[in-house]
Every structure is written in structure tokens, then in C-alpha cells.
Design a protein around this ligand. Sequence first.
Ligand code: GMT
Length: 376
Amino acid sequence: MKIAIVCYPTFGGSGVVATELGLELARRGHEIHFITYSQPVRLALLNPNVHYHEVIVPEYPLFHFQPYELALSSKLVDMVKLYKIELLHVHYAIPHAYAGYMAKQMLKDEGIDIPMVTTLHGTDITLVGNHPFYKPAVTFSINKSDYVTSVSQSLKDDTLKLFNIKNEIQVIPNFIELNKIQMDATIPCPRSVMANEDERIITHISNFRKVKRIPDVIKIFYKIQKEIPAKLMMVGDGPEKEKAEKMCRKFGIQDKVIFFGNSNEIDRILCLTDLFLLPSETESFGLAALEAMACGVPVISSNSGGLPEVNFDGVSGYLSDVGEVNEMAKNALKILKDDNVLNEFKRNALHVAENFDIKNILPLYEDLYLKAINKY
Ligand code: GMT
């Protein structure tokens, strides 16, 4: 199949999922065209089936806001015609589903009819898309998609609750590529860069936005390090990072917390990690938690959104109500204090992650694409 994938190319779950999906489809022989405003961070172009087309949005002083949707839909039209693309798969409703629909309409005018699959990722529904300024356009573009998928049952439920959706929504969970993660993990980050032999390694990875509740991460770690020797790895970048650094200094734990910034080597950090923290306000899925589990790392998370579909309470880690930092720290210590308990949780985490291996999930997308293309 010839498929165009539209996504945000930056660090962030939806872009990562879209990129890994495209790469695996290409390995399986499909022709994949990434159409994005810069090269996706995890995109490896050394595959004859992978193509990357940049959406260029020219700056013009008259425009206070540059018309990205227009440039994207025009690029889609051009690329579909040039490469005879058979299907559009847009990740993140805003504004990709909207731009995809416009491209479909323009193509129709020229006698070309192709299907569009929209994958909802989370904040496009629960945070941004739900805003009254966007809601009518988001509702419209979801309803105009030929097929809609969501990354968890919880996100599907939220979408149906928040929007007037007439389309079926198919749940296709996010995935990890176990083989690749395990291969990357064979060259671990030198442990001495992170911690001493007697210290437990705790990790948090995110885009450091408010929704991640970064202060809770610091508070939980503060309680943990009072009881056992430990270090905290903070991986990622975003608006809450500076506040987090200040908070560590205020708590006097700055020497025990390492801020790495954005990293392309998270598997090398995760494979030495003992525990992952994700106390988010909401999380449609929690791909970072799944990536940790795939490296055999148990997870302490909140129980909001789709997290209970990924992290199983008392098995791969523990879940608590949002903001319950005391309980989260207590559960973390339950896991970390005893080597046997820790090893059991590590085994369980990997075992649960195996369910989400790309080999199990990719055929769901392939079947959907086939169904969509054959219908047209
Ligand atoms: O909040 C983020 O981490 C970024 C955001 C995105 O759009 O990339 O993540 C959302 O999509 C991910 C991939 O499907 C999910 O794993 C995240 O849970 C989801 N984030 C939220 O729902 C807050």
C-alpha cells in the first residue's frame, strides 16, 4: 500500500507512534510518505520505502499566524498526485484531520478519491480540542474522517462524551518495538553517569507540561530518597522544567537529580532504571510508561485516563489517584526496598509490555488500511 502519514515531528507520543508505525510498515514492504513540517525525530530514512516530504510554510509579514493547514493540505494534494498515494493517515486531530479533509475535497475535484484515517492521541481531545474555539472544527473533521482510531478505550469514551461523534471509533492501542528496545538496551548508558552502585535509579520522561504534574514527581522522589539511596533522572524538556530545577534546589536534592533534556537514547537510560514515575493529571495512554515497562521497569502512575489499560495495579507497578504523592511514594518504596520484590515487578512489567509489541498491533492498522482502500 502507498500511505501518507501526517504527524507532529517533535518529541512527544503521537509523533513517536506515527513514526514507528510508518517505519514498521515500510519494513513490511509498504511505501510510506511522511508529510511533516520537519523531519520526525525518530525517523530513519535509510529504507527505500520511506519518503519524507517537508511542509514549508512561507513567512509573510501580513499574516500574524502563518497558514500551516493550507500549506499542509496543498502538500498532501501534490504528494498524493505525484506518488499515487492510496490512503492518508493523520495523527492528532488538530489541525491534521482538518487539513486532511480539505486535501480530500481538493483531490475529489480532480477526480481522485482517497480514504483518510484519523488517529486521536489525547490532548487533541481532552485538552486542546475540547476548547470552544476549536470544538466545532474538531467535531467536523472527526466526523468527516473515513475511519477513526483512538489509542485507548478511555480516550474513545472521552471523545464520545465530549464531542458529538457520529463515526465509529476503533481502539488500536499504542505499541513498542520490543526487539529494537532490547537491542538498544544492550549498550546501556554507563551507570556511573547516573548513580552509584548502591543507589536506586528512578526516571521520569515527558514534555514537562503542566498535565505531567512535574512537582509531584519531585515530591515523590523527595520522600523516596529520605528512606533509601536513590537518584532521579529527569528526561525531556518543556515549560515546567525550570520550576522543577528550582524545586530541587529548594528541597536540597539538586545533587540527586539529573536533568538530561530531550534525548534520543531513552532506552539506554531506561535499561538501568529501577522505577518510572508518571503521576499525570491525565494521560490518554502513557507511551512513556509503556516504553519503561518494555525495558523491565515498573511504573508508579496516577490512575487517570488510559493509564490503567497499560500499567496494571500491583502487577507492573501501582496506580493512585491524581495528586496522592504520599501513597505513590509509599508504593514506590514497597517496590524499591526489597530486591526480590523489585525483580518480580520488573519481570511483570516486561511481561505486560509484551502484549503491546508492534507485531501484535501493526496488523490492526494494516487490516484497517486494506478495508479503507478496498472500499474506495
Ligand atoms: O502529552 C504528551 O506526552 C504528548 C501527547 C502527544 O500528542 O504526543 O501525548 C499523547 O499521545 C501519546 C501517544 O498516543 C499518549 O501516549 C499520551 O498519553 C498522550 N498525552 C496525554 O493524553 C496527556
